[in-house]
Design a protein around this ligand. Structure first.
Ligand code: ZN
Length: 346
């Protein structure tokens, strides 16, 4: 059994990869696209292992090369990101990368450069990257990870096959978690926390395993409940006093150090609002945030469709601002004001 068999769903992509590996037809660069937490990094590691493994069913996950790569212990697997305090990957980063490619690999047959947020390379950086892709040293491989390959220059896209990784559906994740001790215990002892962890994992099995760990699970449930409470407050008809209570709650969802938690809440809120829109617009909706379509319908009845549309924009833009490093407190205040305005009863 090859390590690729542990990569769930995405059968076509895996089939294509296995064929290329068996035929020794691996490219010098791959673009791996897909949403946050869908397993792009896992796939990249598996490709590095497959390209380095000496067994017949590659990656075997057990030989010395596989072992080192999968435990991040090989100096030949290099992760490339933006410089400290920078959001974009600058041309300097890629120039340094280019210099590094001249040095032959240490302990593997190849040297791998994984760029987890390749879409944050600015245009200059992408052009510098293109030059390396045009004439790469024979022993290097690049793995460019991004949410959408369209965010890369067409010239880069033409130099590397694009693999699209689909997120897993919750039922596949729940099934796969049955063999995980922590997850099993949690689903028996605290089904609400288990469910919250699966939702927060957003299609990533690895993340779901982390989140169903007893410590993280309590945290997940807390975040999930915050989002649920937020929606409830939005649905209430507000007078001056309850408007103040709404502000108090919604502008202090997270303190200034909890960027990731706040991002999580805003993306859950976007999921929840999408559910509410879907139950209004489609005959057989399959909610992401709410546990059943009935539950989503009950909440959706408390909102007009036009207000939901505005709220979706508000929460998505809050999430995007945080990703672009916006100030946490300001984002919460601005988002509260926009959400209140969108749902105010005139
Ligand atoms: Zn191996």
């Amino acid at each position: 059994m090859s390590g690729f068999d542990s990569f769930l769903k995405n059968e076509k992509l895996i089939e294509r990869l296995k064929r290329d590996i068996t035929a020794n037809r691996l490219a010098h660069a791959y673009i791996i696209e897909g949403g946050e937490g869908c397993g792009k990094r896992t796939l990249a590691n598996l490709i590095c292992a497959a390209a380095s493994c000496s067994e017949s069913d590659r990656p075997c996950m057990e030989c010395i090369s596989c072992y080192k790569i999968l435990r991040a212990q090989s100096p030949d697997v290099i992760t490339v990101g933006a410089d400290k305090d920078r959001v974009q990957i600058s041309v300097d980063v890629i120039r340094r990368l280019r210099e590094d490619t001249v040095v032959a690999p240490n302990d593997l047959a190849r040297k791998f450069y994984i760029i987890p947020k390749a879409d944050t390379m600015n245009v200059q950086a992408q052009n510098a990257m293109l030059k390396i892709l045009e004439e790469p040293p024979p022993y290097v491989m690049f793995l460019l990870l991004c949410e959408r390959a369209d965010d890369l220059l067409p010239t880069i896209r033409s130099r590397a096959p694009i693999y699209r990784v689909e997120s897993l559906d919750d039922d596949i994740i729940i099934e796969a978690l049955k063999s995980d001790e922590n997850a099993k215990l949690l689903s028996e002892n605290d089904p609400d926390a288990f469910f919250a962890a699966v939702r927060l994992a957003r299609g990533s099995l690895g993340r779901a395993k982390e989140l169903t760990d007893p410590k993280s699970a309590a945290e997940c449930l807390k975040i999930y409940k915050k989002a649920e409470r937020y929606i409830d407050l939005l649905a209430e008809r507000r007078d001056a006093a309850s408007e103040l209570a709404f502000y108090e709650y919604s502008s202090k969802l997270a303190n200034s150090k909890e960027r990731e938690e706040l991002e999580g809440i805003y993306s859950l809120l976007s999921d929840a609002i999408r559910d509410l829109i879907n139950v209004k617009l489609t005959k057989s909706p399959s909610p992401i945030f709410y546990i059943t379509p009935e539950k989503a319908r009950e909440v959706a009845d408390r909102f007009a469709l036009s207000k939901l549309m505005t709220l979706l924009e508000v929460f998505m833009s809050a999430h995007n601002s945080l990703e672009r490093n916006a100030n946490i407190n300001l984002t919460q205040i601005k988002t509260s004001a926009a959400a209140a305005a969108a749902t105010r009863v005139k």
